[in-house]
Design a protein around this ligand. Structure first.
Ligand code: PEP
Ligand code: MN
Length: 374
């Protein structure tokens, strides 16, 4: 749509699309609104739309993924995480310069957010890098609260921690389940940090959705199409991790599943892929960041913890991820990594995470980004 197009113009185009039996996907951006069309069995005549008021151009998308592609939406997507503008004390639109209408959870009044006045929203994909930190798994109230205090003090704005863990072995710690989610709600109330936690199947999503600010879909579930469709019907933003053997096209097609259901708030995450290398757990594919940026408007984060699997490589690869243009990091931090019930060998200590924050903040400044520190 043209930058000056009015809401009625957008509405009229959507109605026209729906009247043809297709689905309209209006995606507002800072300058203009893009409207994707899905459900059409073949090509549509662009002239049918170009004559409508407010329409700038009608474009045929050449890629197999449509809604995630830059052909449909040329501007970077800004994903609002946390309470909508209406629920906030402070106006984060002014803080961030974001002029998109409230994306993310809209009016969704989550169990975690309803009574909490300390939590303000965060925009992923804007100038401030999204730094998500916390343990692999929520192990206890004490562990989670201690981790949250440390990462908050060091400058993280979002807290990670699995309550439901997809483990390779059925005998490994599977997470605390609902109790873990309740601990995460307490972390949120106590610290104001926004909560990122994993949903492992469509049924489990009903519960996780009540507590999470961001629904994480793990690498092992990147092609769990019923889960992708389920989170696509959620009003919470989704953090979609790349499968460990997924090509870029498969990764973007997985994101397309979520958008095609109407949830346009997807944050991608590179977390390493399987290769023959055995000096790391996975090979962190940092070249995928500029490749995604070229093809898609969605933000992309890097997980240097699973991406390397080794504590001593997490800080160097975090620096590199920020330098290459990632929109943020998701990092495992444990108050006592040697006692962690999962992924301790790749978890940073609180002191190491402070160093990471200092170093990535310095690099962010060089490329016109920032963290909460600077
Ligand atoms: C995690 O973030 O703890 C996790 C299980 O990650 P992945 O899905 O990338 O393996
Ligand atoms: Mn982990």
């Amino acid at each position: 749509m043209k930058p000056q197009a009015r809401a009625e113009d957008v509405q009229r185009v959507c109605e026209k699309i729906e009247s043809l039996g297709f689905r309209a996907h209006p995606m507002p951006g800072a300058q203009r609104t893009a409207i994707g069309i899905t459900g059409n069995p073949g090509a549509i005549e662009p002239a049918e739309f170009e004559s409508l008021p407010g329409v700038a151009e009608a474009i045929r998308v050449s890629k197999p993924y449509k809604l995630v592609s830059r052909e449909v939406k040329s501007e970077d997507s800004l994903i609002r995480v946390g309470p909508s503008a209406k629920l906030e004390n402070r106006n984060s639109k002014l803080e961030t310069g974001n002029s998109e209408p409230a994306a993310g959870d809209g009016d969704f009044d989550s169990r975690a957010s309803s009574s909490d006045s300390r939590t303000s929203s965060f925009i992923v994909g804007g100038p401030e890098l999204a730094i998500i930190a916390g343990p692999c798994a929520v192990e206890s109230r004490e562990q989670a609260l201690a981790a949250a205090e440390c990462v908050k003090k060091a400058g993280a704005r979002l807290f990670r921690g699995g309550a439901f863990k997809p483990r390779t072995s059925p005998y490994s710690f599977q997470g605390l389940g609902k109790q873990g989610l309740e601990i995460l709600a307490e972390v949120r109330r106590a610290t104001g940090l926004l909560i990122v936690t994993e949903t492992i199947d469509p049924e489990n999503c009903d519960l996780v959705e009540e507590y999470a600010d961001v629904l994480q879909v793990g690498a092992r579930n990147m092609q769990n199409f019923s889960l992708l469709k389920r989170v696509g019907r959620s009003r919470k933003p989704v953090l979609l991790k790349r499968g460990m053997s997924a090509t870029l096209e498969e990764f973007l097609m997985a994101a397309e599943y979520v958008l095609s259901e109407g949830n346009y708030n997807v944050i991608l995450c590179e977390r390493g892929v399987r290769t023959f290398a055995d000096h790391t757990r996975n090979t962190l594919d940092l070249s995928v960041i500029p490749a995604v940026k070229r093809l898609s408007h969605l933000p992309i984060l890097v997980d240097p913890s699973h991406g390397t699997g080794k504590r001593d490589k997490v800080i160097p690869l975090s620096r590199a991820a920020v330098a290459v243009g990632a929109d943020g990091l998701i990092v495992e931090v444990h108050p006592q990594p040697e006692r962690a019930l999962s992924d301790g060998y790749q978890s940073l200590s609180p002191g190491e995470f402070e160093s990471l924050m200092r170093e990535v903040s310095a690099i962010a400044g060089v490329i016109g980004r920032r963290t909460s520190l600077a």
